[in-house]
Ligand binder design. Structure first.
Ligand SMILES: NC(=O)c1ccc[n+]([C@@H]2O[C@H](COP(=O)([O-])OP(=O)(O)OC[C@H]3O[C@@H](n4cnc5c(N)ncnc54)[C@H](OP(=O)(O)O)[C@@H]3O)[C@@H](O)[C@H]2O)c1
Length: 363
């Protein structure tokens, strides 16, 4: 497969889609742009002189027609819970590799259920090629290699000096008021959001983090087989205190009316990150693995701002997909499972901070 032609970015006109298009073109790639809004897709394609296609995801025939002659799709249209199934099913019918930038647990689980069909069709299903989960998936595998009997994994991330995009907030709203999750004994179980609070030392700074349900609960379980996994992100202690009352306000947040109201606010008010934030912000990932004897190994990754990183990782992975075909590797794959834990260090400005190679006892 030639990655430089015959690959399509669906949802190209979104905030992250545009970043990915810009970066792909800067790498000499010529993706076909696609989405459901003709004027937006056409205008974007004109800026870069790229081919474009316009189709929605409601009609399977239209999606199939939109994928004619395409070898790989990078789906950037989120919330993915509304888009992945139609696109992935079309990819199975049309024998097209499917990639996306989701971090939604339900989507990862849904795509994994298509693993057998994907293997029969000879296609790759690789969700989560962005900030969630490329660096954390690589971190999980990196730690698992250094502590082979490790059975408890903590992954924490922070995005500093930047903000959340419209699409990310919209995706979070699809689950607002729902319980969080942790992987316990190999299974993903419901747990209150913020059940755990920990001060994470990122290296140059530290912050409070709370447990949240993140894509790595699913993907790190697949790529490492570790049975107990917690995922965390930065939060204030005040938010952590408020979350103690979630059993009171969660039923309200689940009301359709409340969600519609919040989505309308997001549609009107949320945009960015700005150009300055993209280029001056940065992200950190902390990982810790603990074995049954109490041995603990930890590591830290320093990364570019998370949306910029998403463009870098997604385009890098698009360029490496042909290797999988040559190896005959198909089906559902996490990024680190497909390309190994060093994948993240192939991305500019991504590096592990100094780390102890000696396993040390847990405190
Ligand atoms: N994994 C990561 O680290 C990571 C990083 C960045 C973003 N993301 C995820 O990527 C998604 C997009 O984020 P964003 O900030 O780029 O969002 P955005 O600016 O709101 O753009 C969303 C794009 O998806 C399209 N879209 C949405 N629903 C659709 C549907 N039902 N059918 C067809 N097209 C649809 C939109 O098309 P219209 O313009 O026609 O509405 C738009 O092009 C979010 O789910 C976000 O969480 C993940």
């Amino acid at each position: 497969m030639d990655a430089s032609k015959g690959w399509l970015i669906y949802g190209a006109t979104g905030y992250t889609g545009r970043l990915i298009v810009e970066h792909a073109v800067s790498q000499g790639l010529r993706p076909v742009l696609a989405g459901r809004n003709e004027a937006r897709v056409r205008d974007l394609a004109l800026v870069y002189g790229l081919d474009y296609r316009v189709f929605g995801l409601d009609d399977p025939n239209a999606v199939d027609a939109g994928l004619q002659g395409i070898e790989m799709v990078l789906n950037c249209a989120g919330p993915f819970v509304y888009t992945y199934r139609a696109m992935a099913e079309a990819c199975l019918r049309m024998l097209v590799h499917y990639l996306d930038i989701t971090g939604e647990l339900a989507v990862l689980e849904g795509l994994h259920r298509m693993n057998d069909q994907a293997k029969r069709a000879g296609i790759v299903l690789m969700p989560a090629t962005g900030f969630d989960v490329v660096p954390t998936d690589c971190m999980a595998m990196h730690l698992a290699e250094r502590c082979p009997d490790g059975d408890r994994l903590l992954l924490a991330f922070g995005n500093f000096g930047s903000r959340i995009s419209h699409g990310t907030l919209s995706s979070l709203l699809t689950r607002i008021g729902e319980p969080g999750a942790e992987r316990v004994g190999g299974e993903i179980l419901s747990r209150p959001v913020g059940r755990l609070l920990e001060r994470i030392d990122w290296g140059a700074r530290s912050s409070w983090c709370i447990s949240i349900p993140w894509g790595d609960l699913f993907t790190a379980g697949i790529s490492t087989g570790i049975p107990h996994i917690v995922t965390m992100t930065t939060a204030t202690r005040r938010l952590h205190r408020i979350l103690r009352l979630q059993f009171v306000f969660n039923p309200l947040l689940r009301l359709r009316l409340v969600r519609r109201f919040l989505q309308a606010k997001v549609d009107h008010k949320v945009w960015g990150p700005t150009h300055h934030e993209l280029h001056h912000g940065y992200a950190m990932v902390y990982g810790r693995i603990t074995g049954p004897s109490g041995t603990t190994v930890e590591a830290r990754l320093q990364l570019p701002e998370s949306y910029r990183l998403t463009a870098l990782t997604a385009v890098h992975i698009v360029q490496r997909i042909p290797e999988l075909k040559r190896r005959g590797t198909v089906g559902f794959l996490t990024p680190a499972q497909a390309f190994g834990p060093a994948l993240i260090t192939e991305i500019p400005a991504c590096r592990y901070l100094e780390e102890s190679t000696e396993a040390r006892p847990a405190l």
